[in-house]
Design a protein around this ligand. Structure first.
Ligand SMILES: Nc1ncnc2c1ncn2[C@@H]1O[C@H](COP(=O)(O)OP(=O)(O)OP(=O)(O)O)[C@@H](O)[C@H]1O
Ligand SMILES: [Mg+2]
Length: 495
């Protein structure tokens, strides 16, 4: 592979934001026909480097070469003309347009001259079909799940015939099966001689997929290795974090579960949820497995009052709870960490401290106590290895760091029942362990946790009990001892 000449070279790339050295003298060489993974903790500078490659933002200094020739990308259109396409970490779709319209949009931007619309739409449908897109392609994409939206974003990148395809955490909201489908597509692109620049916090897939791995730490290049030079996950973790880490998951609680705190009975939502019942006890972590579209997020939204059930009841601590809005749920002590953090939870123009303390802003003599707000924020986020300053505008934090801020907000609230929807999606491997420990601590304090996760090792490693959902129903309940990978997959996928 190395006897071929590189399609893309980055040299001495430096980028500074006020108070942050996002990238310092970073180099990267990408060959055609390779999957080149960019690895690093939350805030290491990965997305910043990708945005520079794609002309979203300029570097302060450094050089980009395409096919050996210096290139300058003032805007994404310049990068697209040079044959680069990008799947963004924060989805970049037009919410009120349909899947097909969004895919066509990518083509519209790059095709010069007259556009054959019928042909464009045909190719859009074809790109979607190749990805196994099984949702409606004729409704506004905002009505689709995050996973389906991500497929649309990817289809758009694939529909323009790019030579270099940048993917910033494409599998973050996909299940195992959906990821497998994406990997086969990536294999096909590699065989066709495309260069794929890939970012993921899932180390297993990084090892499976990559031909070359470049590691960033605090904005600096740590190493660039071929796959053969890497021995395994511990090797990658050492490069990323600079130390060894313990295995995924935390031991089950030594204490038996306490009294029942949440009872959800016979919840129906036409077409989505069918007669769903579950209970949560103090001190336990209940894992919720299932495929995307099985109804897990929908159930969480109904319990939290974000969506209405057509029938069913919810009891909190033995008393009927009338939950019609998220405000009612919060008042009843229920927290929901949503899977789509950015769009549902954060006020991007406000500071990190205001966002983290949104539910309980500290006051002094009736006025907001900013100093205390900052220390509360720093205290709750520090254990999660968070790169931020409390006064920073939250929209400028890295994707994973923003998720930690939303988590911090719930930790600073008075919740008793925590619903975590994909809690470690997009979280780096170091902080993932911290979040697991923190969840077990919450349970040990007598709180109850419902953890929705598509990360099977996480579900198996963390849960005292596992519920499996399929097509809007709970189809299995497995105690920790019986919750094997085979059992969960069997129930999640059975027809
Ligand atoms: N527009 C901006 N203004 C100020 N700081 C920024 C801006 N964009 C990024 N940063 C900072 O640059 C650093 C690198 O962020 P970046 O988004 O590249 O991280 P990342 O490696 O992609 O992390 P993640 O895994 O969480 O997505 C972070 O400290 C971030 O806060
Ligand atoms: Mg990022």
């Amino acid at each position: 592979m190395s006897d071929r000449s590189p399609v893309l070279e980055l040299n001495a790339i430096t980028k500074t934001f006020p108070g942050v050295n996002a990238l310092q003298d970073v180099a990267m060489t990408v060959f055609p026909g390779e999957v080149h993974t960019l690895l690093g903790e939350n805030g290491a500078g990965k997305s910043t480097l990708l945005k520079i490659m794609f002309g979203v933002q300029p570097a302060d200094s450094g050089e980009i070469r395409i096919d050996g020739e210096p290139a300058r990308f003032a805007q994404p259109a310049d990068a697209m003309r040079a044959g680069i396409a990008m799947v963004h970490q924060e989805l970049n779709l037009v919410p009120q347009m349909t899947a097909v319209q969004n895919v066509v949009l990518g083509r519209e931007r790059t095709t010069a001259g007259v556009i054959d619309w019928a042909e464009a739409r045909r190719r859009a449908r074809e790109s979607l079909a190749r990805l196994g897109f099984d949702a409606r392609a004729d409704v506004p994409v905002r009505q689709l799940s995050v996973a389906h939206q991500q497929m649309v974003e990817l289809a758009r990148a694939l529909s323009v015939d790019a030579r270099i395809i940048i993917m910033d955490e494409p599998t973050a909201s996909l299940t195992t099966q959906e990821s497998e489908r994406l990997f086969r597509i990536i294999e096909g692109l590699r065989t066709a001689g495309k260069a794929i620049i890939y970012v993921s916090h899932r180390l297993k897939e990084v090892l499976e997929l990559s031909d070359r791995i470049t590691v960033l730490r605090d904005g600096r290049l740590v190493a660039s290795r071929t796959r053969a030079e890497v021995t395994g996950e511990p090797d990658l973790i050492r490069l990323m974090v600079g130390r060894d880490l313990a295995a995924i998951g935390v031991p089950p609680s030594a204490k038996p579960a306490g009294e029942e705190i949440l009872r959800v009975a016979n919840i129906c939502r036409p077409g989505v949820l069918h007669d769903v019942s579950l209970t949560l006890r103090r001190g336990e972590i209940v894992g919720m497995a299932g495929m995307v579209g099985a109804g897990r997020t929908e159930l969480a939204r109904v319990i939290f009052g974000a969506d209405r059930a057509s029938s069913g009841t919810i009891h909190v601590a033995g008393k009927p709870a009338a939950i019609r809005t998220p405000g009612d749920a919060i008042a009843a002590g229920i927290a929901l960490l949503t899977e789509d953090r950015k769009h549902q939870s954060l006020v991007l123009g406000m500071t990190t401290a205001s966002n983290a303390t949104l539910l309980k802003p500290p006051t002094r003599f009736g006025f907001l106590d900013r100093r205390r707000q900052n220390t509360m924020t720093e205290d709750v986020l520090r254990p999660l290895n968070t790169k931020m300053r409390a006064e920073m505008v939250v929209g400028k934090l890295s994707g994973g760091t923003q998720q930690k801020v939303v988590l911090g907000r719930w930790l600073l609230s008075d919740s008793e029942i925590f619903i975590f929807d994909e809690p470690t999606r997009g979280i780096d491997v170091g902080a993932k362990g911290e979040i697991h420990t923190l969840m077990r601590d919450l349970a040990d304090q007598g709180k109850a946790i419902l953890m929705i996760s598509s990360d099977l090792p996480e579900v198996l490693g963390m849960s005292d009990r596992v519920l499996v959902m399929r097509r809007g129903r709970i189809v299995a309940e497995l105690p920790r001892e019986d919750a094997t990978e085979e059992a969960v997959v069997h129930h999640a996928a059975a027809e």
